[in-house]
Design a protein around this ligand. Structure first.
Ligand SMILES: [Cu+2]
Length: 179
């Protein structure tokens, strides 16, 4: 009897472990501008892995420039227009700032432990306007995502607040509300 119990317990553990790791979420991404939400660009699928949160984009028409773009988890599930730095309406400002549960106020990138938890590796836009290269955010899990927004910026990201704040990515060009 104890052997049967042990075997059963082992079987449950072996079958339950992949289920825990398999948490997955598909997030629809839309273009955003000062006029509000624009065309659907595709999805980014988020999945837990042993290395961290795997984000796999399947996006089209992301637009120019090609190359790495600032990519972050922002704190509010809202891609609506809001007041920009100059007070005028700007794209997706309703999403708030970078997810920063420890209130560090620092933009140090996805590998740092002393900055925004929502800092992600850059999202690479291909020459044909698609984005397909997966990235891994080591300190995030799928369960951290609900009630926030994924954001793609017009410029790159140097994981610093200098010379420009928040990695220098500037304006917000694409956004996805995470339910
Ligand atoms: Cu951002």
């Amino acid at each position: 009897m104890p052997r049967i119990l042990l075997t059963t317990t082992l079987a449950v553990c072996i079958f339950a472990a992949p289920a825990v790791l398999a948490a997955e979420k598909s997030i629809p991404i839309n273009a955003v501008s000062a006029n509000g939400t624009g065309i659907a660009l595709g999805t980014i699928v988020a999945k837990d892995t042993l290395q961290g949160l795997l984000l796999t984009p399947d996006l089209k028409q992301v637009g120019q420039p090609t190359g790495p773009r600032g990519f972050h988890l922002h704190e509010k599930p809202d891609c609506s227009t809001g007041p920009g730095a100059d007070g005028r309406p700007a794209a997706a400002m309703a999403a708030g700032g970078h997810y920063d549960p420890m209130k560090t106020g620092k933009h140090h990138g996805p590998h740092a432990r002393d900055g925004h938890k929502g800092d992600l590796p850059p999202l690479v836009v291909n020459a044909d306007g698609t984005a397909t290269l997966p990235v891994i955010a080591p300190h995030l899990k799928v369960r951290d995502l609900a009630g926030k927004a994924l954001m793609i910026h017009a410029g790159g990201d140097n994981y610093s607040d200098t010379p420009a704040p928040l990695g220098g990515g500037g304006g917000r060009i694409a956004c996805g509300v995470i339910k």
